[in-house]
Design a protein around this ligand. Structure first.
Ligand SMILES: CC(C)(COP(=O)(O)OP(=O)(O)OC[C@H]1O[C@@H](n2cnc3c(N)ncnc32)[C@H](O)[C@@H]1OP(=O)(O)O)[C@@H](O)C(=O)NCCC(=O)NCCS
Length: 229
């Protein structure tokens, strides 16, 4: 037993050293950690963020599993591993979902993101958000979320609807129709209105960060840390 644990620890340490020797992995880690700091004023220590944000662990795992999902033979293992990730992080992201950069899930627990969901860059979700389907057909049946969108705790966005860039979905809203860019959607069913305050993703009512991401990380290829964890 002890021998197996030591072997696993040595393998993990070796993989970490190899991973961190790759500049793409280091840049990706830096971008993800900066996103956490920008979105969550409680995040002050990168090491603590690295080990204690299940939302970030879930997105790392998803990037690797999404890559696996692109291959026919990888689909079953990707699906099974995504369920293991759900058990570990409380976040269920179908490996088929397409997710942009600087995605952040705060508090993480209970988030469900369906297979045909598409999420732009600089999107932030809170716990208990569902991007769900309303159809049993194997077609595009989940939402499309634009760039710089904030989705409040407990919100449900259902069906192949579009939430436009720079919009916000209020906590506990149920969205079943398109949301225009620069709008807020609140209530059940969600009423859409022009956004009153400038609520960019990550600045929920002025609580979280300064919103739109800086472009300083724009031009490098994301290399998934999960590939070497
Ligand atoms: C919707 C939200 C993004 C604010 O958007 P906004 O465009 O700035 O909207 P405002 O604050 O100007 O509010 C507009 C109206 O919607 C109402 N409203 C705001 N949030 C609402 C919500 N979640 N549910 C129902 N109504 C809501 C306001 O009372 C206001 O109503 P009024 O026009 O009758 O006065 C914000 O209220 C929200 O829900 N953020 C999510 C925060 C969150 O989940 N935090 C979790 C931290 S753990």
């Amino acid at each position: 037993m002890m021998k197996a644990l030591w072997t696993a620890a040595a393998a993990a340490a070796g993989a970490a050293v190899y991973g961190l020797s790759r500049p793409g992995v280091r840049k990706t880690l830096r971008e993800d950690l900066e996103t956490v700091r920008r979105r969550d004023p409680a995040a002050r220590n990168d090491f603590v963020s690295l080990v204690s944000y299940p939302g970030m662990h879930a997105i790392w795992a998803h990037r690797g599993l999404h890559r696996l999902w692109q291959h026919d033979l990888g689909r079953v293992p990707a699906r099974l591993m995504s369920q293991a990730v759900r058990t570990l992080t409380g976040v269920e992201i179908h490996p088929g979902a397409r997710i942009g950069r600087r995605f952040f899930i705060d508090h993480a627990n209970g988030v469900v993101i369906g297979e045909t969901s598409e999420i732009g860059d600089d999107v932030m979700l809170y716990h208990q958000v569902t991007l769900g389907g309303t159809s049993m057909e194997q077609t595009k049946r989940h939402p499309t979320i634009g760039d710089h969108v904030l989705i409040g705790a407990g919100a449900k966005i259902l069906g192949p609807v579009t939430v436009g860039d720079n919009s916000a979905v209020g906590a506990n809203a149920v969205v079943v129709k398109d949301v225009a860019p620069d709008s807020s959607a609140v209530g059940i069913p969600a009423a859409v209105r022009p956004k009153r305050s400038r609520v960019a993703a990550g600045s929920s009512g002025g609580q979280h960060g300064e919103g739109a991401a800086s472009s300083k990380y724009a031009d490098f290829e994301l290399v998934d840390p999960a590939l070497w964890i």
